[in-house]
Design a protein around this ligand. Sequence first.
Ligand code: MGD
Ligand code: MGD
Ligand code: MO
Length: 760
Amino acid sequence: MSQRNKVPGVRPYDGPAGGWGALKATAQAVRRQMDVVEAPGLLLRTNQPAGFDCPGCAWPDKEHRSTFQFCENGAKAVTWEATSKRVTPEFFQQHTVSSLLELPDFDLENFGRLTHPMAYDAATDTFQPIAWETAFARIGETLRGLESPDEVEFYTSGRASNEAAYLFQLFARELGTNNFPDCSNMCHEATSVGLPQSIGIGKGTVSLDDFDLTDFVISIGHNPGTNHPRMMGTLHEVARRKVPIIVFNPLRERALERFADPQNVAEMATYGSTDIASSYYQVKAGGDVAALKGIMKALLALDARDGDALDHAFIAEHTLGFGALAADLAATGWPDIERESGLKRVDLEQVARAYAKSTAAIVTYGMGITQHNTGTANVKLIADLLLLRGNIGKPGAGICPLRGHSNVQGNRTVGITEKPGADFLRRLEEVFGFTPPRERGHDAVQAMQAMVRGTTKALICLGGNLAVAMPDPEQCFTAMKRLRLSVHLGTKLNRSHLLVGEETYLLPVLGRTEIDLQAGGPQSVTVEDSMSMVHASAGKLKPASEFLRSEAAIVAGMARATLPASKVNWLELIDDYDRIRDLIERTIPGFDDYNRRIRVPGGFRMPLPATERTWNTPSGKAMFSVFPGVRERYEPWPDDVLRLVTIRSHDQYNTTIYGMDDRYRGVFGRRDVLFMNAGDLAAHGLAHGDLVDIETVSSSRRLRLENITAIEYNIARGSVAAYYPEANVLVPLDYIDKECGTPSYKSIPVRIHRAAARVT
Ligand SMILES: Nc1nc2c(c(=O)[nH]1)N[C@H]1C(S)=C(S)[C@@H](COP(=O)(O)OP(=O)(O)OC[C@H]3O[C@@H](n4cnc5c(=O)[nH]c(N)nc54)[C@H](O)[C@@H]3O)O[C@H]1N2
Ligand SMILES: Nc1nc2c(c(=O)[nH]1)N[C@H]1C(S)=C(S)[C@@H](COP(=O)(O)OP(=O)(O)OC[C@H]3O[C@@H](n4cnc5c(=O)[nH]c(N)nc54)[C@H](O)[C@@H]3O)O[C@H]1N2
Ligand SMILES: [Mo]
C-alpha cells in the first residue's frame, strides 16, 4: 500500500460512502456554482409536491417529500444548472470556436448558462447573436430544402419533458421521418427491447413500496452511491432490515459496501455506517450471462433435490419456454460458467440457496448489464431468474432497471422511438390528419453512421452532447463537422455545439429549475420516473436570461417555420401546456385524465400490466428465454485480451464533468487512470503508477488511448476500467448489441502496453 501512495492524486478511501463527506461536498457544490443565499430555499423545493423534479436521476420519491439537501449528486445537478455564471454574446465575441474546441469539457460547461440564441458565422469563426424568429425561419428553410425528411436526425437526451418530447416527435413525424436517435439507445435500450419479449412491457415492475416488503435483493451492474444517490436511502433501509443484498460488480464500489445515511442522526453522530452488500461477487466484466446461468442451474438442481426451489404453479400458469431453458442450463457446464464469470460454483450455489429461501425478490440493474453486446440477452436472463420463482407481479418482488436521465423513460412513453408501433401511428393520423411515416428510422448508432456516410445532412438535438457520448469520437466529430445543418437546444456549452457544420444554431433553453411563463401563465411540465410515476415539475427560479425559451416553445417555433401547411396549431399549444397534455392523452394509452391527475401531489402511475400478471406478449404468457453458451462476445478473443469497462466518476453527469475527483474510488484531481487488478499489473510487468497505452483489439480501425496511468484497484482479474467519455476513443462505433443497437461500452477488448518512451 505504501507503493500506492506514491501516485499523485491516488490514495485509498477508507470511509463509508455518504456520511459527513457527502454533506461537505454538497455544501461545496452549492458554493462553487451559485449565490449561497439563494441555494437552500431552491434545494428544498426540489422534488417537493409543488417544486421541480430533480434533473439528477430517475429514482422516485416517496410521496415526493425527499429531503433533497442530503443528496450530494442531486445538489450538484441542480446547482450546475442554477449557476450564476453566464455565457453571453460578448463571451462568444471574445472566443473563436476553434479556440473553444481546445478547452477541456469541464471548462466549456463551467463557463455557465447560455443566454442568447446564436448562429455560427464562418467568416469570423464565432457564434453571433440571432433573433429567435430569424433562427427558426432559416432552420425551416434549410429543412425544407433537403431532398428527403430522412436526411434529418432528431436526437433527444432524456432530460426533456414529456411535453417537449411529444412536440418534438410530432414535428419530425409531420415532416416525415422516424429518425429518433436518443440517449436511450446508448443506455437502457436492452431493457426496452428485452423486457417486452419476457414480460410484455419494457419497464421495471417494482415500486418503492416493494422495497419495504422484499426479503431478497440482487444488485447487478450499477453504482447507486454515485448515479442514483437517493436509492442509497432505500438500500440502507433494506440492509438494516437484515435483508440479503447480493452484489455482482467487477469493481468494489464503496457505496455498495458501506453507507452512512446523512439523514440517520445516530449514524452521523457516531460516525457509524451500515453494511449494504451481504455478499459481494466480483464478476468479470461481461461475465453476467455465465453468473446468471450458474445461479439458475444451481436453482434447478436444488429443485430437483427438494422440489420447492421453483414456483411450479406460477411457471405452469403464467409462462412458456421453461423446458427449453432447463435443457439449455443442463447443457451448460460448470467449468464454462466458472471461467467466464470468474466466480466459483460454490458461491453461485450459495446465491441460489439464499434465493430459494426468499419469498419476494428484487433484481436491480444498470449499465453494467445493458452496455454489452449481449445486453438484451442479459436483461432477459434476469427476467428468467425472477420468473423461476414467480417474482414478477407480487408484492415485494420484481425487476428494477435503474434508468438514466430523469425523464428518459417518459420520452419513450410519449413517442421518442425509431420503431413506433402501428397503433400509435394510426392514432396520430386520426387526431392530426397527417400520415406519419411507417418505416423504421435511425437509432443513435445508425444516425451517426449515416452522418459518417454523408447521407444524413441535418441534426437537431433536443439537449445532450451526442458526439461526445457516442463511441469513436474521431469518426463522430468529423461527421458532425460535415453536416449541412446542426441545431442544439441546450443549457450549457458543450463540445457537440462546437463541431459546427455549414449552418449551426445554438438555442438556449429554460432549465427544470426555472419559471416557465407563457401566455396562459406559469407552466408545469411532466416527467416519468424509473418506477413509471408521472408527475408535474414546475421551476421556481428566475430564468438565467430573459431571452431563454422553453424547449416546447423552441420545438414549436421550428416546426411552425418548417411546416407552413402544418395541421398543428403550434403556437396555441405553447400558451398552455394542458393543451399538449390533452393531445398526449388522445394519442397514447395510459394518460387518461392527464391534466387532472398531475395536479394530485405525487402524480399517477402509468399502466404496468405485468405487475398484475397480465403478459402483453404475443403468446399472452411470460416467456423464458434461452441464451446458448456463456460467452458474451461475438468473436472469441485471444486469452491475453483484457476487457475494458467505461465508468462514471463521482464528480460527473455523463459528459458533464463537475470536478476531477472520484472520492469513493480514491482518485483525486485527475481522470487519466486505468483501474487494474494487482495480478494483471504483475502479469504485464507493470507497477502501480506506470504509464500505459491502451489499444482496442480486432477493430476495423486503429483505436488507441495513450499515456494513461495504470493504478492498482480491487477489480476482477481480466477486467480493467477507465472513465467515460475520455475512453470513448477506444470504443468501436459498430461494436454493438445486435438485438438492440447499444454500443458495448462495457466490454471493449483491449491490450495494454507500457507507454512507449516519447520525446515531450
Ligand atoms: N451523478 C450522476 N448520476 C447519474 C449519471 C451520472 O453520470 N452522474 N448518469 C445517469 C445516466 S444517463 C445513467 S444511464 C445512470 C448510470 O448509472 P450506472 O448504471 O450505475 O452507470 P455506470 O457508472 O456506467 O456504472 C456501471 C456499474 O456497472 C459496473 N459494471 C461494469 N461492467 C460490468 C459488467 O460486465 N457486469 C456487472 N455486473 N457490472 C459491471 C461498474 O463497475 C459500475 O459499478 O446514472 C444516471 N445518474
Ligand atoms: N463510454 C461510454 N459512453 C457512454 C456511456 C458509458 O457508460 N460509457 N453512457 C451512455 C449513456 S447511459 C448515456 S444516457 C449517454 C448520454 O448522452 P447525452 O444525454 O447526449 O449527454 P449528456 O452528457 O447527458 O448531455 C449533457 C448536455 O445536455 C445539455 N442539457 C443539460 N440540461 C438540459 C436541459 O434541461 N435541456 C436541454 N435541452 N439541454 C440540457 C447541456 O448542454 C449539457 O452539456 O452517454 C452514453 N455514452
Ligand atoms: Mo444513460
